[in-house]
Design a protein around this ligand. Structure first.
Ligand code: CU
Length: 132
């Protein structure tokens, strides 16, 4: 980097004075011990909620009927080569929106019931989620 000579000498002077201050001080500041941050152990204090995975593959939900308990998480994992959705036909309980290929979407049903759902992109894809 080019600096005008006046500025350069000013910089040098500044560095020199900084060094004087830093180097002449009798107090030796101990170098910070770079301790590797110990990763906090995630204890099993809170048991993770069960995840029920529905694979979307070959333009099908697998399994086509999934039964879960209320409060458990349901995950749709799209391993197909195109996007899909998981959209309850009642028009209100759940709608994943487009799940890109390779992506997944999670939903935790709170209310019990039997929910038919489809893929809005391929409405011939039909399946059922039973929450008990
Ligand atoms: Cu689809």
């Amino acid at each position: 980097m080019f600096l005008p000579s006046s500025l350069r000498s000013a910089t040098l002077l500044l560095s020199a004075s900084l060094c004087l201050i830093a180097c002449s001080g009798g107090t030796k500041s101990a170098p910070e011990q770079a301790k590797p941050a110990a990763a906090p152990q995630t204890s099993a204090a809170s048991t993770p909620a069960k995840v029920n995975t529905i694979m979307i593959s070959g333009f099908k939900y697998q399994p086509e009927t999934m039964t879960v308990n209320a409060g458990e998480t349901v995950e749709w994992k799209n391993v197909d080569i195109v996007p899909h959705t998981a959209t309850s036909t009642d028009g209100k309980t759940f709608d994943s929106g487009s799940i890109a290929k390779g992506a997944s979407w999670r939903f935790t049903p709170k209310e019990k019931g039997t929910f038919d759902y489809i893929c809005t992109l391929h409405p011939n894809m039909k399946a059922k989620l039973i929450v008990q």
